[in-house]
Design a protein around this ligand. Sequence first.
Ligand SMILES: [Zn+2]
Ligand SMILES: [Zn+2]
Length: 265
Amino acid sequence: MALERPAGMMVDSHCHLDFPDFAAELDAVVERARAAGVGRLVTIGTRVRRSAEVRAIAERFEHVYCSVGTHPHNAGEEADVTLDELLGEADHPKVVAIGEAGLDYHYDTAPRDAQAAGFRRHIEAARRTGLPLVIHARDADEDVAAILEDETGKGAFGFVLHCFTAGEALARRAVALGGYVSFSGILTFKSGAPLREIAAALPADRLLVETDAPYLAPNSKRGKRNEPSFVVETAAVLAQARGISPEALADLTTANFFRLFSRAL
Ligand SMILES: [Zn+2]
Ligand SMILES: [Zn+2]
């Protein structure tokens, strides 16, 4: 039976349900999201070699999907993961995206050359599978844009800049390449005015919302553990920034989600 898509349904396009923060009450966390109108969740992989754990969560809940990838923080640890290994782990009906991968020069947890090599390997996997790439970009705007432009020149692939906190130039360059931009709870912070300005100006058909839970709870719950039901607050702030109703914003971002994550039902 097909899953329902009621009007006003929201999606958390990026959370980490496999993190230990949720282990004690995963069923309750997923149920609270459903009760809040968040009808689809994508739990995002951060290590290809732990994909089985992430997939198991997606298999446990009909409306939860997952991705397969190496977070840039883990790019050194997983430098030897091959394209074939990545493709093999992604070959599952609940896997709707590749990633998260990208560049994080804020923490520089992994060597930058390993981050870049991992990023390009994930782009190739996105191209081969037709799945969108979930991109993590922090303090690396110029290099992320340059790699995206270079790689798009070799062959198109869908992507989203997740938990967007970068400058407007990166958002514009991503959109010009056909990419999407996803906003997290950071959009709701008091310090988030510059981000809200960018979010207000982007094309409506490229916007997504997410939590990145357990991190980055929105303003009213700042400092607490985040969870998928809290995406409602981010969506409300995005609606306000764009001068549209929360219902219209929900329908818009959910339609965008199903267009990009086209394997999700
Ligand atoms: Zn990330
Ligand atoms: Zn994440």
